[in-house]
Ligand binder design. Structure first.
Ligand SMILES: [Zn+2]
Length: 310
């Protein structure tokens, strides 16, 4: 949602979840997924006027095939000592020490190779759409570290870490798993597996991992925002983001839009977003969530819940 709002500003465009590029190009799996691996313009990647030209640029050297450009970072980029490094980085809040430990959590060479592919795509996309600022909303910490590892000197990397209330995340995953298991045939099992404790742990992990990655950035290049603040007062929150990250604010950022967007992955609602689309917090968990998941959440995620300002 934030990526869509920011990309309404002239000079800024979004690629969406860049790590899903290959899946979109090759339509790896199309089952019941609402977006069916198409660009937001509803065209297949090869037929999209933007991605088609990005593919031409990438393939111009005669050695690259668009269908093989790998931008997918995942847990395979972690070293064996990942959890130990994470714990030490978390417990030792000194910037230099944290950088040292957290840097050892990933396979640097593998990350650099993937990061270089990401920058080639981002650079091609930037040229095609004529935007100086390109937003990647991949939302994984491995993607962030690939972009850190391969960052060219003439590129500035800025991060907005959006934290969403873990209770709303948990409830939404419970509901989604129920929906997917009802339509198991259509979704071919996709998303139906659900574990309460792993979901809660996942929320803690991803947020801690991104928060401690702050040690790689100057203050002006990293910011944490609560999703609920963005929904409740989007103007003040967006202005705060723009001011901190030194990017221009524009009124167009205050609304959602699907007009002339060429991004991938993310919410299936992105195809129909417009200026009338309401932006509100997800508070269904307050009424709908049963006692046990709530209790388990407070037990396992109580500390990070407070840590992130809830
Ligand atoms: Zn498109």
């Amino acid at each position: 949602m934030l990526d869509n709002m920011l990309s309404n500003q002239d000079g800024m465009e979004s690629v969406g979840e860049l790590r899903l590029l290959q899946d979109h190009v090759n339509k790896t799996y199309s089952g019941g997924l609402a977006w069916n691996w198409t660009c937001t313009c509803r065209e297949a990647m090869q037929d999209c006027k933007v991605w088609g030209r990005v593919a031409e640029l990438l393939e111009a050297d005669g050695t690259t095939s668009f269908s093989e450009v790998n931008t997918r970072t995942d847990v395979n980029c972690r070293t064996k000592g990942f959890h130990r490094s994470m714990l030490l980085a978390l417990l030792l809040p000194f910037r230099g020490v944290r950088r040292r430990f957290w840097g050892k959590a990933y396979k640097t060479e593998q990350l650099r190779t993937l990061g270089e592919s990401c920058y080639r795509v981002l650079s091609g996309f930037s040229k095609v759409v004529g935007a100086d600022t390109v937003i990647d909303s991949s939302k994984t910490v491995e993607q962030l570290h690939a972009l850190i590892a391969a960052k060219p000197d003439d590129v500035t990397l800025k991060v907005v870490h959006v934290v969403r209330d873990g209770r709303a995340v948990l409830y939404s995953k419970i509901k989604r798993a129920e929906e997917y298991s009802k339509k198991a045939d259509e979704y071919r099992g996709y998303g139906a597996s659900f574990s309460l404790i792993s979901t809660i742990r996942g929320w803690c992990y991803i947020n801690f991992q991104i928060a401690i990655s702050k040690c790689f950035f100057e203050r002006r290049d990293f910011m944490t925002v609560r999703y609920e603040d963005l929904c409740r007062d989007r103007e003040a929150t967006l202005k705060r983001i723009c001011e901190r990250l030194e990017i221009p604010f524009g009124e167009a950022m205050l609304f959602l839009s699907s007009e002339d967007k060429h991004n991938i992955g993310g919410s299936s609602h992105r195809f129909t977003w417009n200026a009338e689309t309401p932006i509100r917090t997800d508070e269904r968990w307050k009424e709908g969530m049963e006692r046990w998941p709530k209790l388990a959440y407070y037990l396992f995620a109580g500390v990070p819940h407070k840590w992130f300002g809830y």
